[in-house]
Design a protein around this ligand. Sequence first.
Ligand code: NDP
Ligand SMILES: O=C(O)C1=N[C@H](C(=O)O)C[C@H](O)C1
Length: 267
Amino acid sequence: MTQAEPTATGASASQRGADDPIRVAILGARGRMGAQATEAVGAASGMEVVAAVDASDALTEVSGAGAEVLVDFTHPDAVMDNLRFAVEQNIHAVVGTSGFTEERLDTLREWLRPKPELGVLIAPNFALGAVLAMRFAQQAARFYESAEIIELHHNRKADAPSGTAAHTARLIAQARAEAGLEPGADATTSEMDGARGASVDGVRVHSVRLPGLVAHEEVLFGGEGETLTIRHDSMDRSSFMPGVLLGVRSVPRRPGLTVGLENVLDL
Ligand SMILES: NC(=O)C1=CN([C@@H]2O[C@H](COP(=O)(O)OP(=O)(O)OC[C@H]3O[C@@H](n4cnc5c(N)ncnc54)[C@H](OP(=O)(O)O)[C@@H]3O)[C@@H](O)[C@H]2O)C=CC1
Ligand SMILES: O=C(O)C1=N[C@H](C(=O)O)C[C@H](O)C1
């Protein structure tokens, strides 16, 4: 047997040699993303799928299979229970599932505190272009008082606004606050409920749901006599797979909570 790597994971994981594949469990494996992730991890070098679990399966399959990294593409209502299980079982986690509020992130940080070697990566979007678009929006934010987000998704999506839009809004709000820029006001005082979208950290987010779409986002900035539009389109879920594989490879070496693939890409 080759030399074991230092790892936060349990007995079976600690037996992994440096050249052995990373043992990965996929949660939500029969869903749109989980099915593609199962295929992508299975085909990638340096990792293998040891458990593919869906809603009707027992989570204990994951620990029983000696998984070192769990990939979660389930449902906002299920993901926190899955993560509590992962942390209890000393399994690193790569999370694509949406629905993360600041409160949920704080809970996760608490769970991770006694496990300093364990890594959890929450990626609101795994597509390279989406991560770049969010970074560009963050860069633009300090120059424009006014910004709004339109996110457009397929009509099977469970939640609104999208995790990507919520993360983008938070990055814009953070950049504005750091620059001491107050968000601009508009003159709309009379409105039908929902017409101006949801306010996420003071940024208006509008959600469109249509069959035929996959995952799309526009960030609009307005200034004196000009607008700037940053748009990203995922036309196929294959766009998310390189990011998922990068997450699986990097999370065992990133202890603690990481929010956003931009941190792994070092953008
Ligand atoms: N970060 C990113 O880049 C991306 C993130 N997403 C996010 O990923 C999540 C999943 O999306 P998508 O694949 O389209 O959704 P799907 O509904 O197609 O898939 C979710 C799957 O998870 C299963 N599931 C539900 N609860 C559990 C549980 N407790 N344990 C195991 N499996 C469970 C569902 O089973 P059942 O149907 O029986 O309930 C279903 O098979 C969403 O939150 C979405 O926003 C999506 C695309 C990209
Ligand atoms: O449900 C989806 O499809 C997607 N969900 C994520 C989100 O909520 O941002 C990522 C991507 O937009 C696709």
